[in-house]
Ligand binder design. Structure first.
Ligand code: ADP
Ligand code: MG
Ligand code: MG
Length: 860
């Protein structure tokens, strides 16, 4: 097989084989740009070396053949005592791993060739400076000589010659052998060291963080040296074809005269700008700009480059499609469309939902931030400051902004979470209740702050020696996980204000780009985007963010607060009057929602959670009853409630009396809700509106359940005059429902996948119980690469979704299908839902723009 490619043989599409650097050096060579000649040793060779521990047979012969070509081209030879060729040996894998691996410059220098270099260049100082750099880099990289042993910087020629002697001594003392005088030994040693650097600790760690596979290996680029350190007419620089921070047009760069290699980024001396270069060396500057333009045309994107000028000659040493901030990504994509370089379809594929999410978070002004108190899990991005509160009641009662601080949260904390600016917990990870709910609400959350001691009774938050009390201000950064004492100034997101209609995109390149790409995403998307929203206020926001319907209105949220009392009555037996009182309240809720979403579908889910979730906790009731009995008072209602809670207690509420099961067991409950929906719709019709409610039955496992509910609902609907036709569909969230979807479709006007429950039931674990218990370990072990609650498990749970769609549509070809779990707002999951042919995804209001963008991206 072939292990070595001359730069003139490769191209930019061979990144897997030649690495990113090698592939693009080859591309530039093919384009006729000034690239010092050289060749690339493939990642195949690296993988084989890492596997066997020896260089593949035949590799060295190929290297020698290619070396001869380079020597012939330049009229120099490696180790020649008159015309020595010097080489750089550079790592470069398929994915960029900045600064993670090794580069060795000036290979080929020894005690003899250094004199030839001095004579040829007429610059002794330069020759000795290059030699001491080689000993330093070679010693460090190939023999692991600690960098700090090579102390002291450049001086005059004599000083540098002495420095070479000193470095050679350091090398010999540390390694027990002399610095190799054989240029070939240097070259092979360097190649081997680059191969090995693939498995250096920091490289392994970096790959783990960036999810880059460990088995790719690195390529090695061997290239003739050019010298930026040959005096004032020479230098080295880095440049971008556009501003990578804002996307603004125009070349940006740093240049350092009389410098080599990493001097520019090392911050040893102050760098100059490209404008300075245009004064120092106008010819090179003009050439550089024209090359940058060619590169942009070839790569059709922002490029970053590394270049060197040797005695007035410009050389290109590297280019790649450059990293950029999320804002720049949007601006550049739109610019490239304007410039006729890419299509709008390509433009939306150049940005991601995650980047858009980033642009929607408020952020702290980091220049104004103090040292963080502690750093924990960055669970839901954003920046929030407020007074500490330790419970939901205090949060809802507070006037100003508050941060809710808890050990962990549960559904009872919901009102507090809604009222708070942000949530801080001392337990739980990225998938804890606090994290999931906060992300859904677009609310800042830092969780799992293990160094923080939360004492809700004493109302203190202690971190080390710092004790904070209720009312003290803290700031949390959900992007970094930092927690600060005191307030940190916040910048609000202009993109959110634009979506809210508060800012015009006119004259603002970022907002104009966001608008343009979002509009195009909407044109090409096949998936519609609906909102999970229970209140008119949420619905309004969802519409502003571009939702074209409500995919999930959870009616149980309408039973909280003062209405709990009615649920107590319902449970304690006074069914009819409780339902009669609930009816008008629900009707008003639905009327407001239908008014807000006039002309758009509103999918209303009948009550889902077990009724005992609406009662006070067993602990509270026991205490209250005991307190009453202690003073000889009749515990009254509390006594009855306590008995009811004991009676209704469930070992596994998630698998208990809930969803459709409640509807079949509690007489009149579903009928009341259906009637409220129908009467609300009739009221809207009477008011001249266009209500489009749909009724959704949760937790169905068999068509028989749905048949009963459907018959009852149709009967109720037939008795409400003036209501429009109201479809009755079901959630698919029990595995059995997915498998029997063909039967269920006979009784369902639509399917909506409840992927949260479907995930729990397919895996057999409950979200609330497992995240703290073993998810961290599973992620470490690689059992999961991402929590299946964050991103749909497409191989397992996804297969059920696919099956249900197929079987449902076999029964009813025009069956509408959607998804209303958390996954409806997750980019990777959205692409899957597009692929299996769903009609819409539904997600929380703040995720809607992200889902709209991803729905478009999935379609191009
Ligand atoms: P990294 O992957 O860390 O960017 P590089 O392989 O690009 O490492 O090498 C770092 C620097 O070394 C380059 O930016 C360039 O300045 C210098 N360098 C590499 N090859 C050569 C060469 N053939 N001639 C001159 N300088 C070189
Ligand atoms: Mg580089
Ligand atoms: Mg569910």
């Amino acid at each position: 097989s072939r292990y070595v490619f001359d730069f003139s043989d490769g191209n930019k599409d061979l990144k897997d084989l030649l690495g990113g650097k090698g592939a693009n050096l080859a591309e530039m060579t093919r384009m006729g740009l000034p690239v010092p000649p050289g060749f690339t040793i493939t990642t195949d060779a690296c993988r084989e070396y890492l596997h066997t521990g020896t260089l593949p047979s035949g590799l060295l012969r190929e290297v020698e053949d290619h070396l001869r070509l380079v020597e012939a081209r330049l009229g120099k030879r490696l180790g020649d005592i008159h015309e020595p060729l010097l080489l750089s040996v550079r790592s470069g894998g398929p994915f960029s791993m900045p600064g993670m691996m090794e580069t060795i410059l000036d290979i080929g220098l020894n005690d003899t060739t250094v004199l030839a270099l001095a004579a040829r260049s007429g610059d002794e100082r330069f020759a000795w400076d290059s030699y001491r750099r080689l000993i330093q880099m070679f010693g460090r990289t190939v023999y692991g000589v600690p960098a700090e042993l090579f102390e002291a910087g450049p001086g005059d020629t004599a000083a540098l010659r002495d420095l070479v002697a000193t470095y050679q001594k350091v090398f010999a003392e540390y390694t027990g052998r002399d610095f190799p005088q054989s240029p070939r030994e240097q070259l092979y040693g360097a190649i081997t060291a680059v191969f090995q650097s693939w498995n250096a600790d920091r490289a392994v760690l970096y790959r783990r963080q960036e999810r880059i596979p460990h088995d790719l290996g690195t390529a090695v680029n061997v290239q003739a040296m050019v010298f930026g350190n040959r005096g004032p007419r020479s230098g080295s620089g880095v440049a971008f074809t556009r501003d990578p921070a804002t996307g603004r047009r125009g070349a940006y760069g740093d240049y350092l005269p009389d410098a080599q290699g990493e001097d520019v980024v090392a911050g040893i001396r102050n760098t100059l700008t490209l404008a300075d270069l245009s004064r120092i060396d106008p010819a090179s500057h003009v050439k550089l700009l024209s090359i940058m333009e060619k590169l942009e045309q070839r790569f059709r994107d922002l490029c970053d480059i590394e270049f060197t000028i040797e005695d007035g000659d410009l050389w290109m040493l590297q280019t790649r499609v450059g990293k950029r901030t999320p804002a720049a990504a949007f601006v550049i994509a739109a610019q490239l469309v304007d410039e006729g370089t890419i299509t709008l379809d390509e433009a939306i594929s150049r940005v991601t939902g995650d980047q858009l999410a980033h642009l929607m978070f408020p952020a702290f002004d980091l220049d104004a931030a103090p040292e963080p108190l502690t750093t924990a899990v960055a669970a839901s991005p954003g920046a929030a400051s407020g007074a500490i509160v330790f419970d939901s009641t205090a949060a809802t009662a507070a006037d100003g902004p508050v941060i809710l601080v808890r050990h962990e949260t549960n559904p009872d904390d919901l009102p507090g979470m809604i009222a708070a600016q942000g949530i801080l917990t001392s337990r739980g990870g990225k998938t804890s209740h606090a994290a999931v709910v906060a992300r859904g609400m677009g609310k800042t959350c830092v969780c799992g702050a293990e160094q923080a001691v939360v004492d809700p009774v004493a109302e203190t938050l202690t971190v080390g020696t710092t004790v904070l009390h209720a009312g003290d201000v803290i700031s949390i950064d959900g992007t970094t996980g930092h927690v600060y004492a005191g307030a940190v100034p916040v910048r609000s997101s202009s993109v959110v204000r634009f979506f809210e209609g508060e800012l015009s995109p006119l004259g603002d390149p970022l907002l104009a780009a966001v608008q343009r790409l979002m509009t195009h995403a909407g044109h090409v998307a096949r998936l519609a985007v609906h909102a999970n929203a229970d209140t008119a206020a949420d619905a309004r926001r969802a519409r502003r963010f571009g939702a074209t319907g409500i995919g999930l209105c959870r009616t149980e949220h309408m039973f909280l607060g003062p209405r709990r009392e009615l649920v107590e009555h319902l449970i304690l037996g006074d069914h009819e009057s409780a339902l009669a009182e609930l009816l008008p309240l629900q009707r008003d809720d639905f009327t407001a929602l239908l008014r807000e979403m006039d002309g758009l579908p509103v999918t209303i889910r009948l009550i889902d959670p077990p009724l005992h979730e609406f009662l006070p906790s067993l602990e509270d009731l026991t205490a209250r009853v005991a307190a009453a009995q202690a003073v000889g008072r009749d515990p009254g209602l509390d006594g009855l409630l306590l008995a009811a809670v004991r009676r209704m207690h469930e070992q596994n509420p998630m698998l208990g009396l809930r969803g459709v099961r409640l509807g079949l067991v509690v007489p009149g409950l579903f009928a009341m809700q259906v009637r409220a929906v129908a009467e609300a719709a009739a009221a809207r019709v009477a008011a001249g509106g266009d209500p489009r409610p749909e009724i959704m039955v949760p937790l169905v496992g068999t068509v028989q359940e749905l048949d009963v509910v459907r018959a009852e609902a149709l009967e109720v609907l037939s008795r409400v005059e003036g209501a429009p036709p109201i479809p009755i569909g079901t959630m698919i969230e029990v595995p059995r429902a997915a498998l029997t979807a063909g039967d269920i479709a006979h009784a369902a006007d639509f399917f909506s996948f409840g992927t949260n429950d479907l995930t729990q039931m397919t895996w057999g674990f409950s979200r609330d119980d497992v995240e703290g218990a073993f998810f961290g370990r599973y992620l470490d072990l690689g059992v999961f690469t991402v929590s299946p609650f964050e991103s749909l498990d497409t191989t397992g749970v996804g297969e059920l979704v696919r099956t249900a769609v197929e079987r449902g549509r076999a029964t009813r070809p025009d069956l509408p299908t959607g998804v209303c779990g958390e996954h409806g707002g997750d980019p990777a999951s959205i692409h899957f839902f597009h692929d299996v042919g769903l009609d819409y995804v539904s997600c929380s209001p703040y995720r809607i723009p992200i889902a709209r963008l991803e729905a478009g991206r999935a379609a191009v």
